[in-house]
Design a protein around this ligand. Sequence first.
Ligand SMILES: NC(=O)c1ccc[n+]([C@@H]2O[C@H](COP(=O)([O-])OP(=O)(O)OC[C@H]3O[C@@H](n4cnc5c(N)ncnc54)[C@H](O)[C@@H]3O)[C@@H](O)[C@H]2O)c1
Length: 403
Amino acid sequence: MTNKFNRAAFVMNPVFQYLEEEDKYLVARPQPQYRFNLIGAGIIGQEHIRVTLMEGRATIHGMYDPNPRSLAVAQKMAEHYQPGLKLHVYDSLEAACNDPDVDGLIICTPNHTHIDVIKPAAASGKHILLEKPIATTVPDAHEIMLMAQNYPAVFQLGLQYRFKPQYSEALHEVLERKAIGDVKTVSMMEHRIPFLDKVDQWNKFADQSGDTLLEKCCHYFDLMNAMAGSRPKTAYAVGSMAVNFKDLTHDGRQSDILDNGMVIVTYENGVTANFNLCMFAPMFYEELVVCGDEGRLKTTEYEDFLPHEVAPTKLEIMTVDDRPSRLTTPMYPKLIQHSGHQGATYIEHIEFVNQIEGQASKAASAEEGFWSIVVAAAAQESIKTGQPVVINELLSTFGLLPK
Ligand SMILES: NC(=O)c1ccc[n+]([C@@H]2O[C@H](COP(=O)([O-])OP(=O)(O)OC[C@H]3O[C@@H](n4cnc5c(N)ncnc54)[C@H](O)[C@@H]3O)[C@@H](O)[C@H]2O)c1
């Protein structure tokens, strides 16, 4: 297939199922070259099944998950996107990691399990896509980063927000095209509905999720780090559990996570950044504003629950007078845009397979995963102490000297 235009939309369209395989050209499903196993088949695991089958160069071979309900729903998802596909179910993590028929592992288990799941996964030497956050603590994240450094296969982190259409374009404009000159300040915001329900409500407890700034906002700190183009130097933050889950208990424990926060980060190169989180807003809103010495870029993502149509993503670039300013709405084709996270997970899979095929990639490395949670951990420490946190001092409390 030479023409990549909208291929997934044609291949996935059930209206073409009446055609014999030999009559399919434009709508032919490519022969998958790679087989992946899914470790953890919850909400994002299902999204990985969907986008793997849509992308088509790989297939999902099997899965391991101790929860039968997750397995049943994931099997349905597989059949929906590829009629007749039966996923093998493993009875242990080790068996799922070491099946010789499988090329890659997609790890989608709760945050606090990443450190234990990654060990047998990495011992397999197979290609790995590890969901964010890399781990729930700085020492565990550091251990995984070291594991990834000399790993003999692909080791990709699931920080796929960088592939949302608006951030993909923003990163290109700022870092490659230099559309706004030298970056000076970065400002991010996420306002959204509370965290969704999860198996055993793991994301409502700080010891299992790493707490909200680490669990969710590592995506935004990853973007801030990339835009700043430098190592974080200090973090100061305030935040609290103001509204959400105050009456949620599980196994006799009361939920204890942040639902709002304001973080200020300084970078070693002098860039300054801030992040504002509110998890009790009645919609989804993300905003990134980057100011440089030759212009200002602003991009937003917006979705609400009202019966009206609005473009979900916008990007504006206002520049000095010697070049055009632009007002745009970056989007992927509808099927991809709607496949999860504004199409970012689909693009993440293109990058994963590209990396397996030896191509250069813009996907997140374990090192970038590490630095994203270092900012989060520093911010959360600052909330606890009320004091600014010097990142190198934080790292040295764990015996980690920055290189
Ligand atoms: N990149 C993103 O945008 C994104 C979005 C959502 C979730 N995530 C990450 O993906 C991971 C999973 O989140 P989720 O929302 O799918 O949670 P979930 O609760 O919906 O699913 C987690 C699944 O893992 C299973 N599980 C638990 N322990 C396991 C183990 N030791 N081995 C195998 N399976 C195990 C559970 O039974 C459950 O089915 C988390 O790390 C989360 O932060 C990333």
